[in-house]
Design a protein around this ligand. Structure first.
Ligand SMILES: [Zn+2]
Length: 233
């Protein structure tokens, strides 16, 4: 059993490494998706800013046209003033002209305001474009890095799997399935050391009798709490 325990500890080392590589590989699509989501969010933000800028420009254009129409109205009315016969009509027309002029001065103010807002929005759009460009570049680099890590982990995993296949032949066929079941249930860690007086897997403190049994190495001793195989360094 002492020999078997030593082998199990060695097998566990291999399995822990295999588990690590598998985890890295599982995370590859998640990391890529995260990168893509980040870019998509930035791109959506940029589009919404551009949409806002467009609306401001349309609004500005409408007011400019309105202003132009009213300017023509004022000129027309000013021309009509000479042909007016009565004071009453004259006063009414002058009132009309004054009202159009008041409208126009309001429109001019609004146009200036919209121009300022467009300038600000244009700056925000340019800034966001630059951010997106940088993020795109970073993302290409990051994807290359992830791809390289993936290739490395795949190669290592193949190596480790081959080693593991060979090494597992040393383990008693009565023990191996138990070990593998725990390995599967406990995220790649079936054999754990005793740390202080506690289980290295779940940190539950172990009775002295259990610790003694582990040290004797006469049989497989399991943690009562997490069911992992206990091992004393
Ligand atoms: Zn435990």
């Amino acid at each position: 059993m002492k020999e078997q325990m030593k082998m199990l500890v060695e097998l566990q080392k291999l399995d822990a490494e295999i588990f690590d590589r598998k985890k890295i590989l599982e995370e590859v699509p998640v990391r890529i998706k995260e990168l893509e989501n980040g870019l998509e969010a930035k791109s959506t933000h940029l589009k919404s800013l551009e949409e806002d800028l467009k609306k401001l420009k349309v609004s500005q254009k409408q007011r400019e046209m309105d202003l132009e129409t009213k300017e023509q109205g004022i000129k027309k009315h000013q021309g009509q003033l000479h042909q007016i016969k009565t004071n009453k009509e004259y006063a009414a027309l002058e009132k009309e002209i004054a009202s159009l002029k008041a409208d126009n001065s309001l429109l001019e103010e609004e146009i200036i305001n919209l121009l300022d807002q467009s300038d600000e929005m244009q700056k925000a759009v340019s800034g966001e474009k630059k951010v997106l460009e940088d993020e795109n570049k970073k993302s290409v680099e990051e994807k290359k890095k992830i791809e390289a890590e993936k290739n490395k982990s795949e190669a290592e995993l193949n190596n480790l799997n081959a080693k593991r296949l060979e090494f597992a032949k040393n383990i008693d066929q009565g023990i191996l399935p138990k070990y593998e079941r725990i390995l599967h249930n406990k995220a790649g860690h079936a054999v754990v050391s005793i740390a202080g007086n506690a289980c290295g897997g779940c940190n539950m403190s172990l009775p002295p009798q259990v610790i003694n049994e582990v040290k004797l190495r006469a049989s497989l001793i399991f943690c009562e709490n997490c069911a992992r195989i206990l091992h004393a360094e």
